[in-house]
Every structure is written in structure tokens, then in C-alpha cells.
Design a protein around this ligand. Structure first.
Ligand code: SF4
Length: 283
């Protein structure tokens, strides 16, 4: 079997460019969705906020000021080809070293504490990132990188339904989740829903679901219909932009599924705020 060698320096350089890019630039489809929301809104406050968000997106990359003061937790889904050999330290170390360098260079707000409950001392450098690694066939490294804000993450929820639960029950759970979140998740939202797997995998599915391209429909027709129904129900709550009322609480709903146990139907909802900062790179 032929192997491809990838240097630690190559990964560092590509990753540093990716983190810099998403710090200043949101998902490429986000501006069009916000403009569409603006065209549909009638309330003056909602329109004002949407205009501010659009101005922010226009200015952030020009003047190199982060899209949001909350520079988030760096979450990386890495798929490493089984014919790819990384020359240097293990990938999580490379990611953390790069994150520390970029955080210093861009003066990113340090957003991570060492211990979650006791002293909550800030690490001062945004490390460690949260890294999920899977091994796939091939000789490349795919990195899905998400700068995940804390406000939206806090309002995410998980419920272990039983198989008797219906699509309607899941829809109600999502609507309840965004209603409890109100303005705390910084809407308009991208809603990731994980269905299936077990306790931990459905949370990962929900997180991964938000990274799907915004205009891409679910490949399964039944799930595509459910996504649209949930989007309409969420927007009908009237919670609106930043929780201040209006027609736009979410811009997209993405479902990702996995096989599960015959006795289970886990469902996780991961909320992503309007500062939807993510990118995919292949090395
Ligand atoms: S949840 Fe998102 S928009 Fe709100 S403060 Fe955090 S990163 Fe910023």
C-alpha cells in the first residue's frame, strides 16, 4: 500500500488560514439568507438588527475585526485517510498549537477555562480545541472546522425518546428547545438535529448537522420535509431575530441520522447562532 506523508507544517499553515478566515467571514450562504429574512420582516426592530448583522458581515473581513466578540470553542471533525501519515506530533497537538498561535496573532478573546466547575481559570489562549477524529479510506485529511459560540451551545438539548415517539414529538421537542432559548442563542439560528445513534453519538450528529451547506436539502425526502416543517414551526413562534419578535427565528434546519438500538430513539438539538463560522478543508 502506498502512503502519503503530510508534514505538520502543512497542516499548521492550512489550519491557521482556515481559522483566520472563519474568524472574519461567516458561511458563504448566510448573507443571502439574512437578506431574504430582511425582505420578509415587517417589524422595525427586526429589520434594524438584520441590517446591523449584514453590515457586520460586510465590515468584519475588511477591517479584520472578529464577526463576534465570542470567538467560541474551536470544534474540529477530522477524517484521516488510512494511507496518510502525519509527520510530527499527533493531530490534536498540531491543532492546539495552531489555535494558540492564531489566537495570539489575532488577539482573539480567550474563551476557554481549564476546569468547568472549580476555579474556572482561563487558559488564556483558546486551547484546547475539541477534536473528533475518524479514520477513513484514502490518503487525505479532511477537517471540518467550527468556531462555536457559547450562547447558542448553552441552549442545546438532548432527549432519549423511546421508539413510540413520532415526527410530531420530535418537532415539538425542537420548538420547545428554541422557545426555551429565546434570545439567548442569538437567533436567527441554524438548527442541527441528531436523530439516532446513542446518547453521545446523537449529540455529535446534531453538531455535525449544522455544518451541512445551507442550501443543501436532506438527501432523504421524508427528512427534507420534516426539516421544512420544523423550520416553519420554529419561525411561527414569533420569537424572531435576537428574541425581540418577528418572523425569523431560524434560517435552516438540518437533520443527521444514524442507526440506533431497538429500544431507543435519541434526539439532540444543537443550536448555532447567526455568527455561523465554519469551513471545510482537505489536505
Ligand atoms: S452565541 Fe454566537 S452571536 Fe451570540 S455571542 Fe456567542 S458567538 Fe456571538
Amino acid at each position: 500500500m502506498a502512503y502519503r506523508y503530510v508534514s505538520c507544517e502543512t497542516i499548521e499553515s492550512e489550519l491557521a488560514n482556515a481559522i483566520k478566515y472563519i474568524t472574519f467571514t461567516p458561511d458563504p450562504e448566510l448573507p443571502a439568507l439574512l437578506k431574504n429574512a430582511l425582505a420578509n420582516e415587517t417589524g422595525e426592530i427586526s429589520k434594524d438588527i438584520l441590517n446591523c448583522m449584514l453590515k457586520n458581515i460586510e465590515l468584519a473581513p475588511k477591517i479584520e475585526i472578529p464577526l463576534c466578540q465570542d470567538t467560541g470553542t474551536l470544534v474540529v471533525f477530522a477524517e484521516i485517510g488510512n494511507q496518510c501519515i502525519i509527520e510530527g506530533p499527533p493531530l490534536p497537538e498540531i491543532i492546539n498549537e495552531t489555535l494558540i498561535k492564531v489566537s495570539k496573532e489575532l488577539y482573539l478573546r480567550p474563551s476557554i477555562v481549564k476546569d468547568p466547575l472549580l476555579q474556572r481559570e482561563n487558559t488564556g489562549n483558546n486551547a484546547p480545541a475539541i477534536v473528533h477524529i475518524s479514520i477513513i479510506k484514502g490518503d487525505t485529511i479532511k477537517l471540518q472546522i467550527d468556531q462555536k459560540g457559547g450562547g447558542a451551545e448553552n441552549m442545546s438539548r438532548l432527549q432519549m425518546f423511546t421508539p413510540s415517539a413520532s415526527s410530531e414529538d420530535i418537532k415539538n421537542f425542537v420548538v420547545e428547545t428554541v422557545t426555551l432559548a429565546g434570545g439567548n442563542a442569538c437567533p436567527p439560528l441554524i438548527i442541527g438535529i441528531g436523530i439516532g445513534g446513542n446518547f453521545e453519538t446523537c449529540a455529535l450528529l446534531a453538531k455535525k448537522a449544522i455544518l451541512r451547506p445551507l442550501s443543501k436539502k436532506n438527501p432523504l425526502k421524508e427528512y427534507a420535509v420534516l426539516e421544512q416543517e420544523i423550520l416553519e414551526s420554529v419561525n411561527a413562534t414569533g420569537i424572531g431575530v435576537q428574541g425581540l419578535g418577528g418572523k425569523t427565528n431560524a434560517l435552516a434546519v438540518h437533520i443527521l441520522t444514524a442507526p440506533c438500538h431497538i429500544a431507543s430513539l435519541p434526539v439532540a438539538v444543537n443550536l448555532q447562532c447567526h455568527s455561523h463560522r465554519h469551513i471545510e478543508i482537505i489536505i
